[in-house]
Design a protein around this ligand. Structure first.
Ligand code: GRG
Length: 282
């Protein structure tokens, strides 16, 4: 896994080196190379590998996915959105640079992700099919819709169905895209099943994230687990409690295993990567 992460990082560095020097490039590089877990590109490379396809031929697709993810994090942290000071253990992009530069850095990453795919030396129809998936999943019918709904539910109480819908789009879209993209390359017939698996991974990941939100901080600070629960905003933990949320995440993980066994790929490799996604450390 570390080898793939290093290869992705090397290629991202090459991609960035082709851009014009200046604050925007510096800010893009700062956020992109800040030590993210690279879960989405790993999901893409592992799915290809599981089908016996050499992921090296498509490493640029992995880079484009991570560039879109990093753009979303930069914009999510902005004062007009979550107004966060820390990301990936370092000052957020707008704190390290300034707001205008952070907006441009996010825009730049989204734009350049398209160029990365466009410049690939592969069949044009595959390129178009992949771009359609990537930009549908990150666009206004995808991740941006999820972010819009997430902002709406800051001032409105969400029920479980509405919460699931927010996360389907906000988190699930960008976690399912890597599996769909790998399916387009390796086995078109299995794209619907891969999509279904990807969204299930996304939901399980989000529930785990909500649980970690309240358990990791309290554990580190020595406070009783759950004492940090903020009941203002709906999360799986505020709606279901920690124990029931964990049961739900475990159930979804089991469902992922069943979905993996129904696919014609290397099951062990796929299980390895979804275990990594589920066990991520905040
Ligand atoms: C601004 C259009 C727009 C969208 C933002 C992804 C997103 C939507 C917001 C990020 C905030 C957030 C907490 C989303 C939930 C998903 C999540 C936990 C993302 C962080 O992903 P990791 O853990 O992060 O893979 P790293 O830093 O490891 O890449």
């Amino acid at each position: 896994m570390d080898t793939i992460i290093n290869e992705i990082n090397e290629r991202l560095t090459e991609v960035m080196s082709s851009l014009k020097d200046g604050n925007v490039k510096e800010a893009m590089t700062y956020s992109l190379m800040a030590g993210g877990k690279r879960l989405r590109p790993l999901l893409f490379c592992y799915t290809l590998k599981s089908y016996g396809v050499d992921y090296h031929d498509y490493i640029d697709v992995a880079c484009a996915i991570e560039m879109i993810h990093t753009y979303s994090l930069i914009h999510d942290d902005l004062p007009g959105m979550d107004n966060d000071d820390l990301r990936r253990g370092r000052p957020t992009c707008h704190i390290q640079f300034d707001e205008a530069t952070a907006i441009l850095a996010g825009d730049g990453l989204l734009n350049e992700s398209m160029n990365v795919i466009l410049n690939m030396d592969i069949d044009s129809s595959l390129k178009v099919d992949m771009m359609k998936v990537l930009y549908d999943h990150s666009g206004v019918n995808g991740m941006i819709y999820g972010q819009q709904q997430d902002i709406y539910f800051e001032d409105h109480q969400a029920n479980l169905k509405e919460l699931e819908d927010v996360h389907h789009y906000k988190t699930g879209c960008l976690l399912s895209a890597p599996l769909i993209l790998a399916g387009l390359i390796a086995n078109k017939n299995e794209v619907p099943a891969l999509k279904d698996l990807g969204f299930t991974i996304g939901l399980a990941f989000q529930i785990q994230d909500d649980i970690l939100d309240v358990t990791s901080d309290t554990e580190t600070l020595g406070k009783p687990v759950g004492s940090d629960i903020d009941n203002h905003k709906s999360t799986y933990v505020t709606l279901l409690g920690i124990e029931q949320s964990q049961d739900y995440a475990n159930k979804l993980f089991k469902s992922c295993l069943e979905k993996i066994y129904a696919l014609t790929l290397n099951h062990g490799l796929m299980i390895e990567i979804i275990e990594k996604v589920m066990k991520r450390v905040k």
